[in-house]
Design a protein around this ligand. Sequence first.
Ligand code: ADQ
Length: 581
Amino acid sequence: MNELQPLLLTVAALLATVLASRVIVRRQVRRLADWLRLSRTGEPPPPPPTRAGALMNPLIREAEALAKDLAKAQESAVQEARLRSQADALWTAERLRGHVHAKLAGRPLVVVANREPYRHAHSGSKIEVVMPASGLVTGLEPLLRACGGTWIAHGDGDADRETSDENGRLKVPPENPQYALRRVWLSDEEDKGFYSGFSNEGLWPLCHIAHTRPVFRPDDWARYREVNAKFAEAVFEEIEGQTEPCVLVQDYHFTLLPSLIKERRPDARVALFWHIPWPNPEAFAICPWQKELLHGLLGADLIGFHTQDHCNNFLDTVDRVLESRVDRARFAVKRAGHETLVKPFPISVAFPETPAREPAAAARAAREKVLRAAGREDEFIAVGVDRLDYTKGILERFRGVERMLDLYPEYQGRVVLFQIGAPSRMALAGYRDFGEAVAAEAARINARFKGPPPIVVLSRHHSHDELKPYYLAADACLVTSLHDGMNLVAKEFVAAREDERGVLILSRFAGAARALRDALIVNPYDADAVAEALRTALAMKPDAQSLRMVRLRREVRENNIYRWSANLITELAAVRLPAGV
Ligand code: ADQ
């Protein structure tokens, strides 16, 4: 027995080991099976099973790889199904045209905006036509092109009179006329008080929380009222003899127009779209004529903002300032028997539906082109595209670039920011000074670093065709507005990136940040945050860029400018006019 004892003990130990291994292995296999089952059913990926020694490791590694492939396949199947079911729902110019014709049922569409879509100007012995740098023009032109109608605007080009008829009318676009442009003529004094003064020194800073004081002068207010009345006359002429016309008024230049139109033409359906933010009631109360502005606006049947926050601020302001009934469940204001609906319509851009044949090659060519034009050989390209306006956070952007080069000196001499800045509102000293401040800040920063200057400022208007190579060439696009209704540059960048590369750095204070969640969202006042975002963007692997860009592109494609126009027109056409008007 004694001789057998070691043998029995060994056998027992072996059996125990085998049994224990079986239990461990069985448990691991069960966990592995559970994990695979969960991955297969598309649950959120559970943590991989803990390793059970060398025996199971190869199997677990294979299972991990399999689960990852499965997750990817599931994601693309879901994406494909979503795209398939949305293919019908995508808005195109063609679809918008049919939709608007059906909704308006022959009623004319009139758009009123201060900015004209085409300005004629003398250039030597020739007359040139320019499409101004303006988010409003970018947003509205596709609607008029698709649906026809009349755009009423201030004719401020020095060759505008000689290119329109005696009533200020002409057909545009010049190369392929699709709608009517009706120009309104303003004297220098009117332009100064209405546009530069009340609109741009008063209402613009009032509504943008960018810490520039609004200036309200009684004379400017008088001009503002006169010019609103002048535009109302132009509207009456354009809708004369038409029943139930639809009038789409644009922006803060025309707060008084809705009431003026409705008083004389109660059968008109009137909407006003506000392109800039609406501040909180305390900030708005700075304006000495806040009651008159609100009264003017509430003549509209529909008021649109980019975001729900701006709608809420507007309703709060009305509630605080005027005798009225604010219906927060329906987002409506009732006043003296008239109802105004207040809704968000996030504006967008047209999305190219015929993709480039070789988008990656196009991006490479664009890169070579913009670098060659600047005589540079940088490894990384960042771009900023703005009107030269203090709300766009251009100086803050420069400081972010400077900080990045300080924190990560290995990037010095390897990265360039092309800042494309269209001169804007040059009649105002504040804007001229700002243009100079931009140049001076770039020079200060450039002087600090050896080698090619990190910031190149291109201060001139660029056509959309000229802008595109910069969007395409960029590793990062910086949109660092201090406050912005939406910001279309962010969406233009995304729409341009058919190669699904490039990173969008976006201010949290731009309306666009609500929907473009796959951008790197920053506080532009925080130079460290901008620097870190830029570094992250430049170091981001192509796969990670692509993941974000694909999602951004889906968002902009589905919510394009045609959808914006369709929603606005649908709401406007659905307005119920009081019986007997
Ligand atoms: P903007 O303040 O004009 O618009 P944004 O939305 O960024 O701002 O649009 C600017 C437009 O001008 C873009 O289409 C851009 O391509 C163009 N642009 C900028 N710089 C240019 C340059 N150097 N040369 C040529 N074109 C240039 C206002 C509000 C925004 C809102 C829009 C639309 O302030 O918040 O998004 O209206 O509602």
